[in-house]
Design a protein around this ligand. Structure first.
Ligand SMILES: *Cc1c(COP(=O)(O)O)cnc(C)c1O
Length: 365
């Protein structure tokens, strides 16, 4: 977190202006500053990534079935159910962990209106292939970009792909406003629609034109974002160093894989997943518990799969037979702690705990 003393002047300005929310000065400043930093044209802040998804889906007027991934945080599919839409799950690519474009066409029906992709762990989806299919069938493309703050490919910011992208600025994400989100749209007109929707659909004192919700970000959050933005480059650099250190300490273990990285992509290193392949002498959950006993809290993102939760498992496409790769990866993955304050000796300790268990088991065998 940025030093508290640096936050006080921001709070003094808010108290001085007496405007606490509703498109205040910091809100406007942060939208401007983030658009520049992320190199996007049209950005609207909102109260969370989940609200952002709800707003994007509503403003794109999606209907019927939406092709999406089961390998994500549950909010991705929840945002569809909240809009009375049916998720159609397709399997993921084993290298990027994102929806496999080759599986999209077979899932399209007369009810399909859009594709909802997730840039999992900040790995870009194959946006070209997805757009090609979407254009051919007249589908909208929405990206849950909750993991993709600052991610760039050779064509620039990944956030400019598709009709809309939604960032989460939650406290656990690479860049945060405590709770918060942002919607990146491909036109000023769409941004205007989102702005109206996040304020109840109100356009003037006497006119309400749509069923909007309260999806606004307040001034304290926006101010925190502006302060945090001054540290964004430092945060990304430190995350990159941690990623490198983990790789040197773990990548020689034959049955544990780190995520592939494409040299043309700028990553944000928001997650550090490792994958235990089926011949691994230790099971994923053994390491998860071993780390926990040593006060290291890793996360099984994403296990269980969304498609295996109670409210999704009866959907036809949620059948594990339809999603073999996603089911396999969900059982193999473990995300190790990664955040700027993590020290090198803590990282070495985490690697040591994993290696000790791994090698101990090899000797018993
Ligand atoms: C965090 C996250 C969300 C939800 O964002 P909130 O800001 O917590 O509402 C949605 N999708 C994915 C993939 C996430 O990781």
């Amino acid at each position: 977190m940025p030093p508290l003393a640096e936050f006080i002047p921001y709070l003094e300005r808010i108290w001085g202006s007496e405007q606490l929310t509703n498109d205040g000065k910091f809100h406007q400043e942060l939208e401007f500053a983030l658009s520049n930093y992320l190199n996007v044209k049209h950005l609207s802040l909102c109260s969370s990534g989940t609200t952002g998804l709800l707003l994007a889906i509503h403003s794109l007027k999606l209907t019927g079935e939406i092709i999406t991934t089961p390998y994500s945080f549950v909010a991705t599919s929840h945002s569809l159910l909240w809009n009375n839409l049916t998720p159609v799950f397709i399997d993921i690519d084993p290298i990027t962990f994102n929806i496999d474009p080759q599986k999209i066409e077979a899932a399209i029906t007369s009810k399909t209106s859009a594709i909802l992709g997730v840039h999992c762990y900040g790995n870009p989806c194959d946006t070209k292939a997805i757009q090609l299919i979407a254009s051919q069938y007249g589908l909208k493309v929405l990206y849950d970009a909750a993991h993709a703050f600052g991610v760039k490919t050779s064509s620039g910011s990944i956030l400019n792909e598709g009709d809309m992208s939604v960032l989460s600025l939650h406290a656990t994400k690479a860049f945060t406003t405590l709770e918060g989100g942002a919607i990146i749209t491909s036109s000023a007109e769409d941004r205007g629609k989102v702005n109206t929707l996040k304020n109840f659909g109100i356009i003037s004192e006497t006119e309400v034109i749509d069923i909007g919700i309260n999806g606004k970000m307040n001034e304290v959050q926006a101010a925190f974002g502006l302060l945090q933005l001054q540290y964004a480059d430092y945060i990304m650099d430190r995350r990159k160093e941690i990623d490198r250190l983990y790789r040197t300490l773990l990548c020689d273990l034959e049955h544990i894989q780190c995520m592939d990285q494409n040299p043309d992509t700028t990553y944000n290193h928001s997650y550090f997943p490792i994958f235990f392949n089926k011949n691994c002498p230790v099971k994923r959950d053994e390491i998860y518990h071993e780390l926990k006993q040593n006060n290291v809290f890793s996360r099984r993102y994403f296990y269980p799969l969304i498609s295996n939760y109670e409210m999704y498992k009866n959907i036809e496409t949620a059948n594990p037979k339809n999603l073999p790769i996603a089911n396999q990866v969900a059982n193999q993955v473990l995300c190790l702690p990664i955040y700027p304050q993590l020290t090198n000796s803590e990282i070495e300790f985490i690697a040591l705990v994993i290696r000790r268990k791994y090698h101990g088991r090899l000797q018993i065998k």
